[in-house]
Design a protein around this ligand. Sequence first.
Ligand code: ADP
Ligand code: GLC
Length: 493
Amino acid sequence: MKKPLSIFFLTSEVMPVVKTGGLADVSSALPQALSSGGGGEIDIRIGTVAFRGVEKKSGFTLVRTFVSRTPAGPLTIRVFEGRLAKGDVPVYAIDPEGLFDRPALYGEGGTEYPDNLERFSLWNHALLHLPAVLGFSPDIIHANDWQAALSVPLLPHVIRPRTQTRPIRTILSIHNMAFQGVYPLDQWHWTGLPPSYNNFDGLEYHGRLSLLKGGIQFADRITTVSPGYREEVLSEPGGCGLSGALRHRQDHFVGLLNGIDDQEWNPATDPFLPVHFSRKDLEAKEILKQKLRHEWGFLSGPSTPLFGVVSRMAHQKGLGLLAETLGNLGASGELPGDWVVLGSGDPKIEDRWRRLRESFPDRIHLRIGFDEALAHRIVGASDFLVVPSVYEPCGLTQMYAMRYGTLPVVNPTGGLRDTVEDQKTGLWMEELSGKGLGDALMRARALRLDGAEMEAMRKRAMGVDSSWKSRARDYARLYREALDAPSWHNPPG
Ligand code: ADP
Ligand code: GLC
């Protein structure tokens, strides 16, 4: 019988509190899978931010107020407690004096909030004080991305090793190397770390401080979200400047493929869909498509392929290239199929899409914004989901699409290469260029016309098991491995 494990999972995003991308999905689905038996007995609790409106979320209530020591002096911290939508995993949403009571999580209008170092540092300090306040003692602190990375070097300075009954180990999971939490060194005081960390072997990074680097240097184990992306970030440009730090930790760094919540994303029961379908009976998928076409006023006939996009509008996602390629194809009368596009982000990319829609108003339908229900309907109704990412740590939308018999058309990079099989469960671009993308779209259109092959690929894609059930076990193994090994971070004193 394996010993029970206690995990404190720190994440700036989790459904139902706040979501800007896939981190929020992983932060609910992975803990939920771990707590329901995916790897032995695990008591997992989530620490997140008290984003604006958290007290109005169903099941969230103010359970505690405490005063935390922080670099800003003693700070009053409110703790809202709720549960994940399924299962019994506690979620603690921490409010350091209103710092997350804002319209957005990281910034507005394409600009980061100027006090992000202060906000996230104080949040990390408060989170590390929380177990003692609530009376639980984690074996593992599992920190996600730069936002929670400070907790890794900070841990032994807040929770003193000699006062603990059991030593705590740390795991850092990196969901995207492009976001590192890098700030001027004159703001060092916000970290609350001793000056001995302000050097090349600590958080110092080209004359600035890097929170992600601090996590990489001191975590007992480091993960990223696919094996393919792990390989890419061990050299440049994939490592975004930190490949050297990662190579230094290579033996303690693994790529564990993300899974999906196959209940949340299930075409047979999805509450966002007006009709349901399954691998055995795909008829209702056509009805969904007709409904969406009708609602959005498409003029072309039902046999025209329907391409969907659900994405952050960021350089990473290749949506600038997609808009440009569609503009060129459209200008020569070759626009493949009809398009339903949902996304938001970079104002320049949003504008590029607005202009494209104006050029082809009855072929391209665009919704700028974040809309969970529409995301499900687009994934459900489309023939193809287009994901031409420049790089992709894992990517979840292509796995959601496959489960809905919607074939992903992808640039085979990182997790997209690991999850989509060319010509079997989706289509790969041959190169990341207008030509590579245009050719892949033309192949998709031809495939749609060849009904039999399309049907076979759809069924194959729907048969792929991407659920967290088995993948969560890799994390459970890693937790135990870290606990059995000596601590990596041994601060002086
Ligand atoms: P990333 O985390 O890099 O944005 P992922 O594919 O891992 O990419 O996850 C994206 C998640 O965000 C998916 O759940 C996707 O459905 C969702 N999403 C992205 N953009 C939107 C949007 N505009 N509206 C609703 N959901 C969105
Ligand atoms: C990041 C990555 C994405 C990944 C997600 C969840 O947002 O960009 O590829 O799927 O995190 O791990």
